[in-house]
Design a protein. Structure first.
Length: 314
Protein backbone atom coordinates (compact mmCIF):
# COMPACT_ATOMS: atom_id res chain seq x y z
CA UNK A 1 0.00 0.00 0.00
CA UNK A 2 1.26 3.46 -0.92
CA UNK A 3 0.57 6.14 1.68
CA UNK A 4 1.26 9.88 1.71
CA UNK A 5 1.54 11.76 5.02
CA UNK A 6 1.44 15.55 5.10
CA UNK A 7 3.01 17.33 8.05
CA UNK A 8 5.36 14.36 8.31
CA UNK A 9 7.94 16.20 10.42
CA UNK A 10 5.39 17.44 12.96
CA UNK A 11 4.40 16.07 16.36
CA UNK A 12 1.80 13.63 15.02
CA UNK A 13 3.25 13.19 11.56
CA UNK A 14 6.65 12.03 12.79
CA UNK A 15 4.97 9.40 14.98
CA UNK A 16 2.93 8.15 12.03
CA UNK A 17 6.05 7.98 9.88
CA UNK A 18 7.80 5.78 12.44
CA UNK A 19 4.79 3.51 12.79
CA UNK A 20 4.14 3.10 9.07
CA UNK A 21 7.77 2.81 7.98
CA UNK A 22 8.06 -0.26 10.19
CA UNK A 23 5.38 -2.04 8.14
CA UNK A 24 6.86 -4.08 5.28
CA UNK A 25 3.74 -3.78 3.13
CA UNK A 26 3.72 0.04 3.12
CA UNK A 27 5.53 2.36 0.71
CA UNK A 28 5.61 5.67 2.50
CA UNK A 29 5.89 9.18 1.10
CA UNK A 30 6.50 11.97 3.62
CA UNK A 31 5.61 15.54 2.67
CA UNK A 32 7.48 18.20 4.68
CA UNK A 33 7.95 21.97 4.56
CA UNK A 34 11.70 21.58 4.67
CA UNK A 35 13.84 18.49 4.17
CA UNK A 36 14.77 16.74 7.39
CA UNK A 37 16.00 13.26 8.27
CA UNK A 38 12.89 11.06 8.09
CA UNK A 39 12.60 7.29 7.81
CA UNK A 40 10.37 7.17 4.75
CA UNK A 41 10.69 5.69 1.30
CA UNK A 42 10.31 9.15 -0.23
CA UNK A 43 10.64 12.58 1.34
CA UNK A 44 9.24 15.48 -0.66
CA UNK A 45 9.63 19.14 0.20
CA UNK A 46 6.37 21.03 -0.29
CA UNK A 47 6.76 24.79 -0.39
CA UNK A 48 3.36 25.54 1.08
CA UNK A 49 -0.10 24.25 1.84
CA UNK A 50 -2.32 26.60 -0.07
CA UNK A 51 -4.98 26.85 -2.73
CA UNK A 52 -2.42 26.67 -5.55
CA UNK A 53 0.06 24.12 -4.21
CA UNK A 54 1.02 21.45 -6.73
CA UNK A 55 0.77 17.98 -5.21
CA UNK A 56 1.13 15.98 -8.42
CA UNK A 57 4.57 14.56 -7.61
CA UNK A 58 3.51 13.51 -4.12
CA UNK A 59 0.11 12.04 -5.08
CA UNK A 60 1.10 9.91 -8.04
CA UNK A 61 -0.01 6.28 -7.49
CA UNK A 62 -0.93 6.87 -3.83
CA UNK A 63 -3.68 4.76 -2.25
CA UNK A 64 -4.20 6.69 0.99
CA UNK A 65 -3.51 10.27 2.09
CA UNK A 66 -3.21 11.11 5.79
CA UNK A 67 -3.52 14.87 6.06
CA UNK A 68 -1.92 15.88 9.36
CA UNK A 69 -0.52 19.25 8.28
CA UNK A 70 -2.36 22.35 9.49
CA UNK A 71 -2.03 25.93 10.64
CA UNK A 72 -2.55 25.55 14.39
CA UNK A 73 -1.36 28.78 15.97
CA UNK A 74 -1.28 32.44 15.05
CA UNK A 75 0.43 34.74 17.52
CA UNK A 76 -1.62 37.59 18.95
CA UNK A 77 -1.46 40.68 16.73
CA UNK A 78 0.48 38.71 14.10
CA UNK A 79 -2.16 39.41 11.43
CA UNK A 80 -5.17 41.67 11.10
CA UNK A 81 -7.60 38.83 10.40
CA UNK A 82 -6.53 35.45 11.85
CA UNK A 83 -9.49 33.59 10.32
CA UNK A 84 -8.30 34.50 6.83
CA UNK A 85 -4.87 33.04 7.62
CA UNK A 86 -6.32 29.87 9.10
CA UNK A 87 -8.62 29.42 6.10
CA UNK A 88 -5.77 29.85 3.62
CA UNK A 89 -4.07 26.71 4.95
CA UNK A 90 -6.70 24.66 6.77
CA UNK A 91 -9.52 25.17 4.29
CA UNK A 92 -8.16 26.24 0.90
CA UNK A 93 -4.99 24.18 1.21
CA UNK A 94 -6.81 21.09 2.44
CA UNK A 95 -9.48 21.18 -0.26
CA UNK A 96 -6.90 21.78 -2.97
CA UNK A 97 -4.99 18.70 -1.79
CA UNK A 98 -8.17 16.62 -1.60
CA UNK A 99 -9.32 17.58 -5.10
CA UNK A 100 -5.94 16.65 -6.55
CA UNK A 101 -5.94 13.42 -4.53
CA UNK A 102 -9.33 12.43 -5.93
CA UNK A 103 -8.22 13.29 -9.46
CA UNK A 104 -5.15 11.06 -9.03
CA UNK A 105 -7.32 8.14 -7.92
CA UNK A 106 -6.51 8.14 -4.20
CA UNK A 107 -8.88 5.68 -2.53
CA UNK A 108 -9.09 7.14 0.98
CA UNK A 109 -8.40 10.56 2.47
CA UNK A 110 -7.90 10.74 6.26
CA UNK A 111 -8.30 14.23 7.70
CA UNK A 112 -7.07 15.08 11.18
CA UNK A 113 -9.54 17.65 12.46
CA UNK A 114 -10.13 18.79 16.06
CA UNK A 115 -12.61 18.20 18.87
CA UNK A 116 -12.91 21.98 18.98
CA UNK A 117 -15.21 21.61 15.98
CA UNK A 118 -17.74 20.27 18.50
CA UNK A 119 -16.99 23.02 21.02
CA UNK A 120 -14.69 24.05 23.85
CA UNK A 121 -16.63 22.72 26.84
CA UNK A 122 -19.53 20.47 27.75
CA UNK A 123 -21.50 18.90 30.56
CA UNK A 124 -22.13 15.68 28.61
CA UNK A 125 -19.51 13.96 26.44
CA UNK A 126 -19.48 15.03 22.81
CA UNK A 127 -20.51 12.50 20.17
CA UNK A 128 -20.14 12.48 16.41
CA UNK A 129 -23.87 13.26 16.08
CA UNK A 130 -23.72 16.51 18.04
CA UNK A 131 -24.19 19.74 16.12
CA UNK A 132 -20.80 21.40 15.56
CA UNK A 133 -20.19 24.55 17.58
CA UNK A 134 -16.70 25.91 16.80
CA UNK A 135 -15.96 29.07 18.76
CA UNK A 136 -12.34 29.75 17.80
CA UNK A 137 -10.87 30.70 14.44
CA UNK A 138 -8.83 27.50 14.25
CA UNK A 139 -11.87 25.34 14.97
CA UNK A 140 -13.97 27.28 12.49
CA UNK A 141 -11.41 26.63 9.76
CA UNK A 142 -11.37 22.92 10.56
CA UNK A 143 -15.17 22.76 10.40
CA UNK A 144 -15.21 24.58 7.06
CA UNK A 145 -12.60 22.13 5.76
CA UNK A 146 -14.74 19.18 6.86
CA UNK A 147 -17.75 20.55 4.99
CA UNK A 148 -15.70 21.08 1.85
CA UNK A 149 -14.25 17.58 2.08
CA UNK A 150 -17.72 16.06 2.24
CA UNK A 151 -18.63 17.92 -0.96
CA UNK A 152 -15.55 16.49 -2.67
CA UNK A 153 -16.39 13.02 -1.37
CA UNK A 154 -19.91 13.22 -2.79
CA UNK A 155 -18.66 14.52 -6.13
CA UNK A 156 -15.78 12.09 -6.61
CA UNK A 157 -16.49 9.00 -4.50
CA UNK A 158 -13.11 9.19 -2.77
CA UNK A 159 -13.51 7.70 0.69
CA UNK A 160 -13.22 10.18 3.55
CA UNK A 161 -12.35 9.60 7.20
CA UNK A 162 -12.42 12.49 9.67
CA UNK A 163 -10.84 12.17 13.12
CA UNK A 164 -11.40 14.79 15.81
CA UNK A 165 -8.90 14.41 18.67
CA UNK A 166 -8.86 16.40 21.89
CA UNK A 167 -5.56 17.52 23.44
CA UNK A 168 -2.80 15.19 22.21
CA UNK A 169 0.09 14.52 24.57
CA UNK A 170 3.36 12.68 24.25
CA UNK A 171 7.14 13.11 24.39
CA UNK A 172 8.24 16.64 23.50
CA UNK A 173 4.64 17.86 23.35
CA UNK A 174 4.22 21.57 22.93
CA UNK A 175 1.28 23.85 23.57
CA UNK A 176 -0.91 23.42 26.63
CA UNK A 177 0.45 20.02 27.64
CA UNK A 178 4.04 21.18 27.31
CA UNK A 179 3.19 24.08 29.60
CA UNK A 180 1.68 21.69 32.16
CA UNK A 181 4.85 19.59 32.14
CA UNK A 182 7.01 22.64 32.69
CA UNK A 183 4.83 23.82 35.56
CA UNK A 184 5.01 20.48 37.33
CA UNK A 185 8.72 20.01 36.66
CA UNK A 186 9.55 23.46 38.00
CA UNK A 187 8.52 22.43 41.50
CA UNK A 188 6.54 25.63 41.98
CA UNK A 189 3.40 25.02 44.07
CA UNK A 190 0.27 25.30 41.93
CA UNK A 191 -3.20 26.27 43.21
CA UNK A 192 -4.82 23.41 41.27
CA UNK A 193 -5.28 20.72 43.89
CA UNK A 194 -9.08 20.84 44.11
CA UNK A 195 -10.29 20.81 40.49
CA UNK A 196 -13.12 18.33 39.90
CA UNK A 197 -13.67 18.74 36.19
CA UNK A 198 -13.32 15.98 33.58
CA UNK A 199 -11.29 16.29 30.40
CA UNK A 200 -10.63 13.81 27.64
CA UNK A 201 -7.12 13.58 26.23
CA UNK A 202 -5.37 11.19 23.89
CA UNK A 203 -1.79 9.99 23.89
CA UNK A 204 0.23 10.24 20.71
CA UNK A 205 0.47 6.45 20.59
CA UNK A 206 -3.30 5.97 20.90
CA UNK A 207 -4.09 8.55 18.23
CA UNK A 208 -1.57 7.02 15.83
CA UNK A 209 -3.11 3.60 16.47
CA UNK A 210 -6.60 4.87 15.62
CA UNK A 211 -5.34 6.49 12.43
CA UNK A 212 -3.59 3.28 11.39
CA UNK A 213 -6.82 1.39 12.03
CA UNK A 214 -8.67 3.81 9.75
CA UNK A 215 -6.26 3.29 6.85
CA UNK A 216 -7.79 0.00 5.76
CA UNK A 217 -10.81 -0.78 7.93
CA UNK A 218 -13.80 -0.97 5.56
CA UNK A 219 -16.20 0.43 8.17
CA UNK A 220 -14.14 3.60 8.54
CA UNK A 221 -15.05 4.84 5.06
CA UNK A 222 -17.04 8.08 5.06
CA UNK A 223 -17.24 8.36 8.83
CA UNK A 224 -16.32 10.84 11.56
CA UNK A 225 -14.64 9.55 14.72
CA UNK A 226 -13.96 11.25 18.03
CA UNK A 227 -10.72 10.12 19.65
CA UNK A 228 -9.62 9.74 23.25
CA UNK A 229 -7.80 7.56 25.77
CA UNK A 230 -11.05 6.45 27.36
CA UNK A 231 -9.68 7.63 30.74
CA UNK A 232 -11.02 11.10 31.46
CA UNK A 233 -9.08 13.04 34.09
CA UNK A 234 -9.58 16.14 36.17
CA UNK A 235 -6.91 18.80 35.92
CA UNK A 236 -5.78 17.80 39.42
CA UNK A 237 -5.57 14.12 38.44
CA UNK A 238 -3.68 15.02 35.26
CA UNK A 239 -1.11 17.10 37.13
CA UNK A 240 -0.59 14.35 39.69
CA UNK A 241 -0.21 11.85 36.86
CA UNK A 242 2.37 14.03 35.12
CA UNK A 243 4.30 14.42 38.37
CA UNK A 244 4.27 10.68 38.97
CA UNK A 245 5.43 9.96 35.42
CA UNK A 246 8.20 12.57 35.72
CA UNK A 247 9.29 11.29 39.11
CA UNK A 248 8.80 14.62 40.87
CA UNK A 249 6.51 15.67 43.76
CA UNK A 250 3.11 17.08 42.87
CA UNK A 251 2.95 20.35 44.77
CA UNK A 252 -0.74 21.19 44.41
CA UNK A 253 -2.56 23.57 46.72
CA UNK A 254 -6.35 22.91 47.07
CA UNK A 255 -7.78 26.32 46.15
CA UNK A 256 -11.56 26.32 45.42
CA UNK A 257 -12.51 26.59 41.77
CA UNK A 258 -14.67 29.70 42.20
CA UNK A 259 -11.71 31.61 43.65
CA UNK A 260 -9.48 30.59 40.73
CA UNK A 261 -12.13 31.59 38.20
CA UNK A 262 -12.69 34.95 39.89
CA UNK A 263 -8.97 35.64 39.89
CA UNK A 264 -8.68 34.65 36.23
CA UNK A 265 -11.52 36.97 35.24
CA UNK A 266 -9.89 39.83 37.14
CA UNK A 267 -6.58 39.19 35.34
CA UNK A 268 -8.19 38.80 31.92
CA UNK A 269 -7.24 35.11 31.71
CA UNK A 270 -10.70 33.60 31.41
CA UNK A 271 -9.79 31.50 28.36
CA UNK A 272 -6.89 29.84 30.18
CA UNK A 273 -9.08 29.33 33.25
CA UNK A 274 -11.81 27.58 31.28
CA UNK A 275 -9.25 25.15 29.85
CA UNK A 276 -7.91 24.34 33.30
CA UNK A 277 -11.16 24.39 35.25
CA UNK A 278 -13.86 23.42 32.74
CA UNK A 279 -14.84 20.02 31.40
CA UNK A 280 -14.50 18.67 27.87
CA UNK A 281 -15.27 14.99 27.38
CA UNK A 282 -15.63 12.87 24.27
CA UNK A 283 -17.51 9.63 23.74
CA UNK A 284 -15.33 7.17 21.78
CA UNK A 285 -17.92 4.41 21.64
CA UNK A 286 -18.39 4.80 17.87
CA UNK A 287 -14.76 3.89 17.20
CA UNK A 288 -15.06 1.02 19.68
CA UNK A 289 -18.28 -0.36 18.19
CA UNK A 290 -17.78 0.29 14.47
CA UNK A 291 -14.04 -0.39 14.19
CA UNK A 292 -13.48 -2.67 17.18
CA UNK A 293 -10.82 -0.18 18.24
CA UNK A 294 -9.54 -0.02 21.79
CA UNK A 295 -6.92 2.51 22.94
CA UNK A 296 -3.84 0.31 23.42
CA UNK A 297 -2.44 2.49 26.23
CA UNK A 298 -4.02 3.64 29.45
CA UNK A 299 -3.66 7.32 30.34
CA UNK A 300 -1.18 6.33 33.06
CA UNK A 301 1.01 4.49 30.57
CA UNK A 302 0.65 7.29 28.03
CA UNK A 303 1.90 9.80 30.58
CA UNK A 304 4.77 7.51 31.57
CA UNK A 305 5.89 7.36 27.95
CA UNK A 306 6.25 11.14 27.93
CA UNK A 307 9.30 10.73 30.12
CA UNK A 308 11.32 7.88 28.62
CA UNK A 309 14.45 10.00 29.04
CA UNK A 310 15.34 13.52 30.09
CA UNK A 311 15.68 14.74 26.51
CA UNK A 312 11.96 14.09 25.99
CA UNK A 313 10.66 16.00 29.02
CA UNK A 314 9.22 18.86 26.97
Amino acid sequence: MKILITGASGFLGSKLVKSLHAKPDVILTAAVRRVVQISADRVLEVQGLGANSDWSAALKDQHVVIHAAARTHIMKDEVANPLVEYRAVNVDGTLNLARQAAAEGVRRFIFISSIKVNGNANTQPFTEDDAPSPSEFYAQSKWEAEQGLWEIQRETGMELVIIRPPLVYGPKARGNFGSLMRWVDSGIPLPLGAIHNKRSLISLDNLADLILTCIEHPAAANEVFLAGDGDDLSTTELLRGVAKAAGVPSRLIPVPTFILMSAALFLGKSTVAHRLLGSLQVDISKARDLLGWRPPLSAEEGLRRCFFNNSERY
